[in-house]
Design a protein around this ligand. Structure first.
Ligand SMILES: NC(=O)c1ccc[n+]([C@@H]2O[C@H](COP(=O)([O-])OP(=O)(O)OC[C@H]3O[C@@H](n4cnc5c(N)ncnc54)[C@H](OP(=O)(O)O)[C@@H]3O)[C@@H](O)[C@H]2O)c1
Length: 171
């Protein structure tokens, strides 16, 4: 199965200065647990923010001549990266950022989206082109955690969206 996973604030932000706008360790732990053992499809800018890149990570870039961490595989299109990732036989997660979500969502059966019920300053928005309002909600869990930058209790809604007929990958 191809899925996407990410988190968005109430004002539509997903990134700030190449990282997340918020600091909620439990939300990060949820992400890590969900993608453990999966093949990951990652935008080049998001890749650059990662200290450790697990095996079977496929970085999408138009500049494959750049030097990437040992073991990383690069692909020059989202479709090629998704095809190679599915070839591993593992579940595939598109882990962002915004450019990757915008290009990959038609192929995703699920979107695991954490809705962080607070506004944060940011410089990268969740793409408005993704029609999640037309996807079915197949799971939702609400938790409250301490957000460490503001020191405020913050509600996180872990929503699972399902798209009925994802686009088939070319080839
Ligand atoms: N809240 C969350 O869940 C979450 C998750 C992930 C990331 N983020 C945040 O999102 C921000 C980064 O997102 P972003 O949209 O700026 O960057 P991104 O999607 O991580 O990476 C964009 C880069 O990926 C490559 N790329 C994207 N689409 C491509 C395509 N169709 N064909 C070929 N290459 C393609 C290009 O690399 P080249 O320039 O090398 O060609 C492009 O510059 C960061 O702040 C990060 O922390 C948030």
């Amino acid at each position: 199965m191809i899925a996407a996973i990410g988190a968005v604030s109430s004002n539509g932000m997903i990134g700030l200065d190449g990282w997340l706008p918020w600091d909620i360790p439990e939300e990060l732990a949820y992400f890590e647990e969900m993608v453990a053992g999966a093949a990951l499809v990652i935008g080049r800018l998001t890749y650059e923010s990662m200290d450790v890149v697990p095996v079977d990570s496929f970085i999408v870039t138009s500049q494959p001549e750049l030097v990437f961490k040992p073991g990383c595989q690069t692909e020059t299109s989202v479709e090629k990266a998704l095809l190679t990732a599915t070839g591993t036989g593992k579940n595939v997660f598109v882990i962002g950022g915004a450019a990757l979500y915008a290009a990959a969502w038609p192929y995703c059966q699920r979107f695991y989206l954490t809705r962080i019920e607070r506004a944060f300053a940011g410089d990268c928005c969740f793409p408005e082109s993704i029609p999640l309002d037309r996807w079915k909600i197949v799971g939702e869990e609400r938790k409250t955690y301490l957000e460490r930058k503001t020191g405020l209790a913050t509600v996180c809604r872990f929503v699972q969206y399902e798209q009925e007929n994802p686009l088939r990958l070319p080839g």
